[in-house]
Structure formats: C-alpha cells, structure tokens
Design a protein around this ligand. Structure first.
Ligand code: GLC
Length: 393
C-alpha cells in the first residue's frame, strides 16, 4: 500500500482523492515506512520540512506537482507551492517513534530546531486570547474538516462575496453524502481568501480546539525527548505544561465531563459530543480527568466498530459523512494506548476493521463498510504500527 502511494520523496494520502503531500498524513506515513524501510521513513519527514515557511509554519499541503487534479491548488491559496494553514502537529511524535523504531538519531540535530520553530509558530499565531491553548484558523487546520463543531462558527463566516471555484472531490467519491456539502465548501473557500487578505495571518476564523491543543502538548513532550537526545536545549517541556494548564483551565467542562471548543471571535462555547472532546487523553492528563474521559467514551461512543468520530447519541451524528460519524484509523491510533476496556481492545478492533473491509479512508461505525477514498495511506501505516507495538496481531 505505502509503496503504491509512494511518489519518491513523499507519500500521497490516496492517489486520486489527495494527490499531494499532506502534513499529518505524511507524519503517519513515516511511522509506517519506519517498520520496513527506515531510509524512506526519514526522507518522508525531511521532505515535509522542505515546505516549512520562514515563520516556522508547516503547511498542511505541499503541492509538489502543478498538474494534479485537485481543488484548491496553490493559485487559490495565493502561494507558490503550499497552503497557508497548518495541521495537527504530529511530526515530533512521529520523529520520536522513528527513533524508537529505527534507532537512528543522526537526523535529530538538523530536524529538532525546525520542529521547535513549527511548534513556536502555533503558540505565536494560534492563541489569540493568550490562554495557553490553540485556536485553528480554518476547519482544515484541525484535520477534522467537517466535524459538527465547525457548523456554528462557519455560519458566521462572511460569504457575501464568494470566489468562483469548481469542486473536484465529489468527482472522485461518487456518493456526495460521504463528503462535506456545497455550502460548507463556499465557507471553506471564503476563509482561504480572507487569510490571504490578512497577509497570511490568522484571518477571520479562530476556534480553540482541544484536539489540536492536546496533540501539540504531547508533541512538545516528544520534542523535549528529542532535543535531549540531540543535546539541543528547547523550552518544549515548559510549553507542554502551559498547554496542559490551558486545556484544563480554558477548555474543560466539569459538568459535561469532557472538553469543549471555543469560538474566540464570537466568544461562544461549542459543546458537540465529538471525538476531539476526548482527545486530550493523548496529552497525558491527570488520572482522575483521564478516567472521566474514558468513561465518557465507553458510554457515549459505543459502536460495533469503535470509535465513531461523533457520538451516535449526538443529534448531529451522521453515519456516512466524513468526520460527522464514521470511524477513522488515525484517531483510534492516537487513543489506542489509553482506551482499554473494550473487547477486543481498541487497537485490535482497529486492525480487524481494516483487515475485513480494506484500506479505506473511514468506515461506517455500525456496519464496518469502507467509505471515502480508497488505498488510504494512514489506514495502512498506522495498522502496521499498532501490530508492531503489540496493540494488535
Ligand atoms: C481530509 C482529512 C484530513 C486529511 C486529508 C488528506 O482533508 O480531513 O485530515 O489530512 O484529507 O488525507
């Protein structure tokens, strides 16, 4: 699978639907590569960092080829060859995993300062209220593009002067009910244009996101581990601590027993019951909090094929639509270590799901049917890792 999606120095997430290099997909791909081709794994990460902007941001897409059929391409973003937003920063975590798997530390002196700059960019550019948490500037920056939490803030986006464009994704995934709606695409496009008008600053959309904050908190810990090995001091451990405090002080809801999102522009909390509300488990939280989150998942995310991306008990749950209900392999990988008590364990259930249904982008949590793009890179890469780390056979 990975070899089939290999374009030499980067791996496409899915050949027809996503024909370029995506940031968090690439980090996940590298973890898969590390299990059978360490040199190729390091190349994947190094290629990702060729897209780094001078201000430190790792763009969410690198368009290595101009001819591939994809919307929105670099012209629409008004950039040379990347997008202008980032994605959940899992690359420090991936690099740590690469060191653990391959034993090779020789790339760390070059990579560590670049990772450090990419993390500092989030703190500098994505915390408009200075609360110690991360606000995404576009739903695509969250990695969970059409998750229901974005509905309210997206409906506040000014769409009075929409740019003209033609979608390409629905030509690849024939069933439009598995993809975001046309109205959402207009909103996505308007935010992209507003960010360019803001000179690639944050733009009009700013929603504090517990998933991205938690991933960065964990990534800061992993960066501290890497920088110790590279003998290059960073402030990553202190930043991790600040993020953990920001998460619990700013985004934890004691009554709900889970995390919430916060629209910084409208000063409104968003409490949909989605997988991101539990993802802070990945950030090594205090035990009582973690116990409460696990209990919430077990109670409200029950499915034949866990973990659905939105709770089936939430009114906005949709079984087949992208991030509004289906099960995804990467969120399961992020939580597999922490969420036990299901039978079989989450790691095994994840590998079984892919083995029985194929390397799809996402899966119907009830029937297990594969949905969205085919030959999906991270579905393969992360199953390899789940097996190698003993979470599944
Ligand atoms: C979709 C997903 C995003 C992923 C990208 C490429 O946009 O929502 O998380 O990175 O596809 O696979």
């Amino acid at each position: 699978m990975l070899r089939g999606n290999d374009r030499g120095s980067y791996t496409v997430p899915s050949p027809r639907l996503y024909p370029h290099q995506w940031a968090w997909d690439s980090a996940f791909a590298a973890i898969g590569w590390a299990h059978f081709d360490p040199t190729r794994a390091w190349l994947e990460i190094e290629t990702l960092f060729t897209g780094q902007w001078p201000d430190g941001r790792i763009p969410h897409i690198l368009f290595h080829r101009r001819d591939a059929d994809y919307f929105p391409g670099p012209d629409f973003w008004q950039t040379e060859w990347t997008t202008s937003i980032s994605q959940p920063p899992v690359w420090a975590t991936a690099v740590r995993r690469l060191v653990e798997i391959t034993g090779d530390e020789s790339r760390l002196p070059a990579l560590t300062p670049k990772i450090d700059a990419s993390h500092r960019w989030f703190h500098d550019q994505r915390d408009p209220l200075g609360v110690g948490a991360i606000a995404v500037a576009h739903p695509w920056e969250s990695g969970l593009d059409n998750c229901p939490v974005w509905d309210a803030p997206m409906n506040r986006v000014d769409v009075s002067n929409p740019p003209s464009f033609e979608r390409r994704d629905t030509g690849v995934v024939g069933d439009a009910s598995q993809r975001p709606t046309d109205d959402q695409y207009v909103q996505y496009a308007c935010i992209v244009k507003a960010i360019a008008r803001d000179d690639f600053g944050p733009g009009p959309f700013a929603v504090y996101d517990p998933l991205v904050t938690a991933i960065l908190a964990r990534a800061e810990e992993d960066l501290a581990w890497l920088s110790a090995r590279a003998a290059l001091p960073t402030k990553a451990a202190a930043r991790a601590e600040r993020l953990r405090r920001g998460l619990t002080n700013h985004l934890y809801d004691e009554d709900l027993g889970r995390f919430v999102y916060h629209d910084a522009r409208a000063d409104e909390r968003i409490t949909c019951d989605v997988i991101g509300a539990y993802l802070p488990l990945f950030a090594n939280l205090d035990a009582p909090l973690a116990t409460r989150l696990r209990a919430g998942l077990q109670e409200r995310f029950r499915a034949n094929h866990p973990l659905p991306s939105t709770s089936p008990l939430d009114p906005l749950f949709e079984a087949k639509r992208y991030w509004r209900g289906p099960t995804w392999i990467n969120t399961n990988w992020l939580l597999a270590d922490d969420v036990c008590g299901t039978d079989p364990g989450l790691g095994q259930a994840t590998v079984d799901l892919v083995r029985d249904n194929g390397f799809y982008e996402y899966f119907d949590a009830d029937t297990g049917a594969g949905l969205g793009g085919e030959s999906f890179t991270w579905s393969a890469a992360l199953c390899l890792d789940l097996i190698a780390r003993g979470d599944a056979t």
